[in-house]
Design a protein around this ligand. Structure first.
Ligand SMILES: Cc1cc2nc3c(=O)[nH]c(=O)nc-3n(C[C@H](O)[C@H](O)[C@H](O)COP(=O)(O)OP(=O)(O)OC[C@H]3O[C@@H](n4cnc5c(N)ncnc54)[C@H](O)[C@@H]3O)c2cc1C
Ligand code: FES
Length: 241
């Protein structure tokens, strides 16, 4: 069920030069999976801004967003106590019922946030997880302590300024994992598909309605055209490979 919820901002913290963590107090009853997203209405903006839910509890939810344009800039200037209207909850989210021996959670840049709530869920189920986090450079890193408190966490940076030099896929030894959950830039998702490993991938697309009626976000899969906002954003490796 999708609801239009008025949230109250309880914090809006800057995590690095362009990434912010916003805590929103309000109704989270429509959320039932990690990897779902909210669609935020901003004043003066016709289209809503889709942002993944990083984590949630019965009192509210956390989002992490990068300032890339006017909408996210406006969000970064919002203060504690201000109201924010968002559609909650959109998208299918990750299926966390999969049984696998060793699971990689692979996130690149601002693809990491939905993997945080997922890591908590998988850990509470006693699953063996390892977080693989990729950034362009050390200054872009955030939430590494938070992930490390949940699971072994490895970092890769494209310029080698922290962790392993190279792409996040360089952190996976051959045969080490038997399943993955991933969210990040499309080249990273494509590289994961090429490994042949079974898993789930969260995709991004420009969206209009955000809940499945305009077909503006459709993508090709082996099972035919799917809407990233409603049938996704999480797709299986089998349907995308
Ligand atoms: C399912 C989903 C989950 C997302 N989760 C996150 C997240 O957790 N953290 C985060 O930082 N970003 C996330 N994004 C990307 C985020 O939606 C865009 O960065 C944001 O909408 C940019 O808005 P803007 O006004 O600042 O930028 P502008 O470029 O000014 O936006 C212009 C228009 O393009 C759209 N747009 C721009 N970039 C994107 C994009 N990458 N994907 C989809 N629409 C875009 C905007 O929504 C807006 O309608 C997610 C996108 C999707 C589809
Ligand atoms: S944005 Fe309208 S169907 Fe996905």
């Amino acid at each position: 069920m999708i609801k239009d919820v008025i949230y109250t901002i309880s914090s809006n913290l800057q995590l690095n030069s362009s990434v912010f963590e916003m805590r929103l107090d309000g109704d989270t009853a429509p959320l039932n999976k990690s990897g779902q997203f909210i669609d935020i209405a901003l004043s003066g903006k016709y289209l809503r801004r889709p942002i993944s839910v990083c984590d949630y509890d019965e009192n509210g939810l956390t989002i992490i967003y990068k300032v890339v344009g006017e909408g996210t800039k406006q969000m970064s200037n919002m203060q504690k106590g201000e109201k924010l209207s968002a559609l909650c909850a959109l998208g299918n989210g990750f299926d966390d019922s999969v049984t696998a021996k060793k699971i990689a959670l692979v996130g690149g840049g601002v693809g990491l946030p939905p993997l945080y709530g997922l890591a908590k869920r998988l850990k509470s189920q006693g699953k063996n997880i390892t977080v693989l986090a990729g950034f362009n450079t050390a200054a872009d890193m955030y939430y590494i302590n938070e992930f490390s408190s949940l699971a072994p966490t490895r970092v890769a940076t494209a310029d080698g300024s922290a962790g392993t030099k190279g792409f996040v896929t360089a952190l996976m030894d051959e045969g080490e994992f038997d399943y993955f959950y991933a969210c990040g830039p499309e080249p990273m998702l494509n590289a994961l598909l090429k490994t042949g490993l079974d898993g789930q991938l969260s995709y991004e697309a420009r969206m209009a309605c955000g809940f499945g009626v305009c077909m503006g976000c459709s993508c090709k899969t082996k099972l035919g055209a799917k809407r990233i906002c409603k049938d996704g954003p999480v797709m299986t490796a089998k349907e995308m490979r």
